[in-house]
Design a binder for this molecule. Structure first.
Ligand code: CTP
Ligand code: MG
Length: 375
């Protein structure tokens, strides 16, 4: 029998607050991960990927290099509607041929070819296959007056892929009824389902934190140099330092803070400070760089990262910076929301050599380490 896989990936990701299916998970998009399990499973003859209308082009691009027949279709407002549309397409694809269909959540990227094969093989014998795992949590049922414990032994957690003969699942879906999975409609209109042993790793990605925890740490570097001029304040690491010259620039020209911002931004794969705060934008004239650093920290957080530590070195011939370094560390730590012992500043001269040594400018470089957000 022809074996067709339907991957339902047209959801809105409301609980994640993001288009989770198309987000990066440790270097690959979630949907790429899910798809690759089906593409590398020899038992799958064809894949139908169901996506939101605005993702149709992306889906087609993703499928264009697949080495088995694949197609993308636009889904509906609910999961049931998305699957129904895909089943109708599967019917067209199968024609008169008998077929088995496996319906899988695009949001379950840890599915393995072994589980897909096991489900198809069971459905070939019995007409259906639904992977389940025991509950690892204790469970309670809501009651009118509160709640009551139920035995964990009495329940099972239901996963996908759920496999059926195409004709019988089409029959179950011909009823205009909503359900959270295929098994619910199949057992109501066709027959009891056959259970197969699911995989505890095959969990569904529901919240943004489920994605973040898969990412690996990332490191970024930043560098900056500003000219020293008479009549300008010397602001370094948010500290105003008494000196006969100051740093010249559009903002307050806080050299180490600029280097730190670029370290954070590049680690998070974001454009650098020149793009974020253009030097010709009047809004940033005389800007307090510590405030800009706060904005950078917010942006880094928005894309799923938290700073682990920051290390910066200032290169200045004069004045002696050692007395100010701990205050700079405090300022930076506060701006990016980490503890002071995770920010360290060092200072060096360049032994009278070059632009720093000749007191024409002050330079700084910085390194930042980011880890996936936990919240
Ligand atoms: N799905 C779909 N079409 C819909 C709704 C959901 O294809 N109209 C898919 C989702 O893309 C997902 C699976 O069905 O792969 C259901 O998992 P779920 O966590 O509910 O995903 P979303 O519906 O996107 O998330 P939420 O319910 O939080 O909005
Ligand atoms: Mg949903």
């Amino acid at each position: 029998m022809k074996r067709i896989a339907i991957i339902a990936a047209a959801g809105k990701g409301t609980r994640a607050g993001a288009d989770k299916i198309w987000m990066d998970m440790g270097g690959k998009l979630m949907i790429e991960r899910t798809l690759s399990a089906f593409l590398s499973c020899p038992e799958v003859d064809q894949v139908i990927l169901v996506v939101a209308k605005e993702r149709l082009k992306d889906a087609e691009a993703l499928l264009s290099c697949a080495r088995k027949p694949c197609l993308a279709v636009v889904g509906g407002d609910t999961r049931t509607q998305s699957v129904r549309l895909a089943l109708l397409r599967a019917k067209q694809e199968a024609g008169e041929q008998a077929a088995l269909v496996a319906v899988h959540d695009g949001a379950r990227p840890y599915v393995t070819p072994a589980l897909i094969k096991a489900c198809f093989d069971t459905a070939e014998k019995t007409g259906s296959a639904v992977p389940v795992t025991p509950s690892v949590d204790s469970l309670r049922r809501k009651t009118e007056t509160g709640s009551q414990a139920i035995s964990r032994e009495e329940v099972l957690c239901v996963q996908t892929p759920q496999c059926f003969t195409l004709s019988s699942l089409l029959g179950a879906f011909s009823h205009e009824e909503e359900a959270s999975d295929e098994a619910t409609l199949y057992e109501k209109y066709v027959a009891p389902v056959t259970l197969v042993e699911g995989d505890p790793k095959n969990r569904k990605i529901t919240y943004l934190s489920d994605i973040y925890e898969q990412s690996e740490p990332r490191v970024g570097v930043g560098f900056d140099v500003h000219e020293l001029r008479v009549g300008r304040p010397l602001v370094l690491g948010g500290v105003i330092i008494k000196h006969d010259k100051g740093v010249y620039g559009h903002s307050d020209a806080d050299v180490p803070v600029h280097a730190i911002m670029d370290a954070l931004l590049t680690a998070a794969n974001l454009p650098d400070i020149g793009h974020l705060f253009p030097p010709d934008d009047p809004r940033y004239e005389g800007a307090d760089s510590i405030k800009l650093l706060q904005q950078v920290a917010e942006k880094v957080k928005e894309v799923g990262w938290r700073p682990v530590n920051v290390s910066a070195e200032i290169m200045a011939e004069k004045p002696k910076l050692a007395p100010y370094l701990s205050q700079m560390e405090r300022n930076v730590a506060q701006a990016i929301g980490i503890s002071e012992n995770r920010v360290k500043f060092a200072a060096t001269t360049t032994e009278t050599l070059g632009i720093v040594g000749e007191e024409k400018g002050i330079a700084a470089h910085a390194v930042a380490l980011l880890a996936p957000r936990k919240d």
